[in-house]
Every structure is written in structure tokens, then in C-alpha cells.
Design a protein. Structure first.
Length: 103
């Protein structure tokens, strides 16, 4: 992949930046709002600095843990986020499917 810290789904999305509108690209994500994509960012350190960065670029931070941040991120910020100090992996959040049972 071009950006090893982004999952394959996000890599495909960032390849389209510049050729499509950000909102159209984001609509291909499993979960999105406008041009924001729901992701989980795994971090080794610098959680506070990363949260500050996310807020400064218009992201919506949903959950913060010791080693992860869940947020809605602008598509155009995925690569700079993956390159940030402390970032280990950025993965699109995939909604769970309800279990299908047969009676």
C-alpha cells in the first residue's frame, strides 16, 4: 500500500483525493458524515497532541482510550494523520452486522 499505516479501505479512498469531491470519497466509507470518515487510530503515545490536532482540522473526536482514538476524520487529513508522531495504524470503523439466525 502507498500509506502502510492506513488500512486498505482508507488507502483506496486517499488515492481518489484530487480527482473526486471529498464528500463523494467519504460516502464510500462504511460510516461517514459529509466529508468525515469514522476511523480508529491506534497510537503508541502523544494521545493529547493527536486529539488537539484532530480538533484543529475539524474532526469530531468520539472516544479516547489509552492507546486509541475513535473519530470522524476529514478524508483529506487521513494521510497527515497516519504520518503523525505516535500513530501506529488508522482503520475505518466497520459497523457490526446483526447475527442472522434461522429458527
Amino acid at each position: 500500500p502507498t500509506h502502510p499505516r492506513l488500512d486498505s479501505h482508507l488507502n483506496k479512498m486517499v488515492e481518489q483525493i484530487g480527482s473526486r469531491r471529498a464528500q463523494d470519497i467519504a460516502s464510500n466509507a462504511p460510516i461517514s458524515i459529509g466529508d468525515l470518515v469514522a476511523v480508529t487510530l491506534r497510537v503508541s503515545h502523544n494521545v493529547t497532541g493527536t486529539v488537539d490536532f484532530l480538533k484543529s482540522v475539524g474532526a469530531i473526536v468520539a472516544n479516547i482510550g489509552i492507546d486509541y482514538i475513535e473519530a470522524y476524520i476529514p478524508v483529506t487529513v487521513l494521510v497527515p494523520l497516519a504520518d503523525k508522531d505516535g500513530a501506529l495504524k488508522v482503520e475505518a470503523i466497520i459497523p457490526s452486522e446483526p447475527a442472522v439466525t434461522d429458527q
